[in-house]
Design a protein around this ligand. Structure first.
Ligand SMILES: Nc1ncnc2c1ncn2[C@@H]1O[C@H](COP(=O)(O)OP(=O)(O)O)[C@@H](O)[C@H]1O
Ligand SMILES: [Mg+2]
Length: 281
């Protein structure tokens, strides 16, 4: 481990993303500077500048092809950017692999959740990270930790010893999030966590996201559901054609302007459209 002790001031100061007043005094927990990624001729991400703060939910929204998945994959250590810098807690880092990202405190919960349906909650939580006592699986400690984590997230499951296949989609999402917390991450990235969920389960997951913020994590919520985003995000970054086209503060969100930033339509044009095609995304 390298210690970033010498020159913390040598970092690029936050420039493009104006932090919300509540967070401006603190340094970002995660920061991207001029991050770019191309696939052949396709420029999936161009000069991305973003900051994420502790106790904050930063939503990333954007149309299909905007670059959301590419950004998530870079943060998860699954893709390497062509250029640019990523720092965690002010220290420049290389998210060179998923294991490296996790060990640097960046946890990603992918949309497919990667749970093993036939295994129970405890087994899923600790798969590959089992706790041992005297050379044997320490089931008692793992169960206790499982209840503790689910409790902190205000998640109710009938038992931690039932296969995750028998849980609701919202509970499964919670198990995947709880698993990501085992490594005590600084940042939790959620990729479309409500995409497959009904109304009640979506509410559960939004509640879960609020618990993550309360715990002090910096949360990155990738979603195309603007209602969800509006419900929990502190700031909303819009990706469009691989660039951050705008960052909105949630408190005074102008829905028309958000829609316009996503689609590239001008707000004026929309306002003058006689029968405007509805502002639902
Ligand atoms: N592995 C890949 N190879 C080639 N092009 C890709 C690859 N992944 C993404 N792209 C392209 O990069 C752009 C951004 O894609 P993506 O990050 O998936 O956007 P989003 O998740 O916002 O829909 C798109 O034009 C997409 O076609
Ligand atoms: Mg995608």
């Amino acid at each position: 481990m390298t210690t970033p002790s010498q020159t913390p001031s040598s970092r690029t100061p936050p420039s493009q993303t104006p932090p919300t007043p509540a967070t401006s005094a603190r340094p970002p927990v995660l920061s991207l500077r001029n991050v770019s990624k191309s696939f052949g001729a396709v420029r999936a991400l161009r000069d991305i500048n973003l900051d994420v703060f502790k106790h904050e939910v930063l939503a990333i929204v954007g149309d299909n092809g905007a670059g959301k998945s590419t950004l998530v994959e870079i943060l998860a250590g699954a893709l390497t950017p062509d250029s640019g810098a990523v720092s965690v807690d002010g220290a420049s880092v290389s998210l060179a692999s998923p294991a490296a990202a996790r060990s640097l405190g960046v946890a990603t919960v992918f949309q497919d959740l990667a749970l093993c349906d036939n295994l129970d909650v405890v087994e899923n939580l600790f798969l590959g990270n089992e706790m041992f006592l005297h050379g044997l699986l320490d089931e008692v400690s793992m169960e206790r930790r499982a209840w503790e984590l689910l409790g902190q997230l205000s998640v109710r499951v009938p038992s931690v010893r039932i296969p995750v296949a028998s849980l609701s989609a919202g509970q499964r999402q919670a198990v995947a999030v709880a698993r990501s917390l085992l490594g005590e991450p600084r940042i939790v990235i959620l990729d479309e966590p409500t995409a497959a969920l009904g109304v009640a389960q979506t509410a559960e997951v939004l509640n879960l996201i609020e618990r993550l913020r309360e715990r002090g994590h910096g949360v990155v919520l990738v979603s195309h559901n603007l209602a969800d985003v509006q419900a929990v995000a502190n700031r909303i970054a819009v990706l469009r054609l691989g660039r951050v086209s705008k960052v909105f503060a949630a408190e005074d969100l102008d829905y028309e302007a958000l829609f316009a930033a996503i689609t590239g339509a001008s707000t004026q044009a929309r306002n003058t459209t006689p029968d405007g095609e509805g502002s639902k995304a």
